[in-house]
Design a protein around this ligand. Structure first.
Ligand code: URA
Length: 246
């Protein structure tokens, strides 16, 4: 950070990152809402290195194009393995990022049979923290299970269920829809053990027939079609960083 010479003016960097118009960004700076490398900026002409400076607005980190960092949401189709290559020749994630120059990694895994939201990035620190249970980022899954679902299922899952590798619990559980002998249930949890949702639901008598991940922390799958990717918004990356203490 410097007042003159090197770097690019902060309001220009903020505007280019999509925070708002140049004028709106100047107002944010004037209001003391912008931080660079841990210090609140008060000087309007401040110049920053858009590739390296850690810039925050209202405490949420702003991703600049110059940082070279890429954050994508993929709606992983069923049958695709969560890997960039597969010794058995099954479809992989590489198919969905082959046009990208950056070397992207997937943030955690979904079972080949599971569909839904998978994040891809070249930001190693963020990816590491998002997958580490100690940061407690919640994930939401919607599962189709045989019904009817007894009223005590949510309580049992929240209280904790004994699995082969120890106890596991969910943060929340609800029945979203019931149709005859089937039900759609929603589970929110923040741990990432293998097959955890399938094992938990099986343990309470509801083996999963179809599983879709709909949210990772603040990022929602929304209407993204299967096999499609989209870039995360500035708000989504800011909140992801915030949720893992970056
Ligand atoms: N839990 C599962 O059982 N499968 C997944 O793919 C993700 C979470």
């Amino acid at each position: 950070m410097s007042d003159a010479g090197d770097g690019v003016r902060l309001q220009k960097v903020l505007a280019a990152a999509g925070v708002g118009s140049r004028r709106a960004c100047e107002e944010l700076i004037a209001a003391g809402r912008v931080e660079v490398d841990g210090e609140t900026v008060h000087v309007m002409g401040t110049r920053v290195d858009p590739a390296r400076s850690v810039i925050k607005v209202d405490g949420l980190r702003v991703t600049t194009a110059e940082s070279g960092r890429v954050y994508l949401a993929l709606n992983k189709p069923r049958g695709v393995v969560s890997a960039m290559s597969d010794p058995h020749g099954r479809p992989t994630l590489a198919e969905y990022v082959q046009d990208r120059e950056e070397r992207l990694f997937h943030v955690g895994r979904l079972d080949a049979d599971t569909e839904g939201l998978l994040l891809l990035t070249n930001d190693g620190e963020l990816a590491h923290r998002l997958t580490h249970p100690s940061y407690g980022v919640s994930k939401t899954y919607v599962a189709e299970v045989p019904g009817p679902v007894r009223p005590d299922v949510g309580r049992r899952l929240r209280a904790g269920v004994e699995l082969d590798d120890g106890e596991a619990s969910v943060d929340s559980f609800r029945v979203r829809e019931r149709f005859g002998s089937r039900a759609m249930v929603e589970v929110v949890l923040h741990e990432g053990r293998k097959h955890i949702v399938r094992r938990l639901l099986e343990a309470v008598g509801h083996p999963v027939r179809r599983l879709v991940r709909t949210h990772v922390g603040p990022v929602a799958l929304g209407e993204l079609p299967p096999g499609q990717t989209r870039e995360l918004t500035l708000q989504e990356t800011g909140r992801l960083y915030h949720d893992v203490g970056l």
